[in-house]
Design a protein around this ligand. Sequence first.
Ligand code: HEC
Length: 92
Amino acid sequence: MRALFLLPLAFASTPALADEAKLQLKPGAGLEQTVNNCGACHSLDYVVMNSGFLNEKGWDGEVNKMIKVFGANIDEVDAKAIKAYLSSNYGK
Ligand code: HEC
């Protein structure tokens, strides 16, 4: 349940982080969806920090976990684009 107390903190700093993150992530198909959906609760640094050890399957699981466990509101079409973007740009 550690997520529950982390969320308010994360939301408070979202706007600044979103701007920063746009500059940091690599360009490519799906970048837009990733920036729009994955920076809502935490910094997009999380993506960069995990790029060393997640392969395509790992990113699939990560995106699914954000949706199912943490309640990220991401539709199927966006989720697919995000998974493809992450595994081709940040997969190991
Ligand atoms: C509804 C809020 C929410 C959204 C939206 C969200 N996440 Fe997360 N994410 C979390 C929480 C909560 C954690 C755990 C935070 C912690 O442990 O510090 C987390 C952690 C992570 C981690 C660290 C590894 C882990 O599993 O704990 C990665 C990588 C990650 N998120 C990627 C993503 C990606 C990619 C997206 C977009 C598809 C995304 N997140 C969207 C809430 C969210």
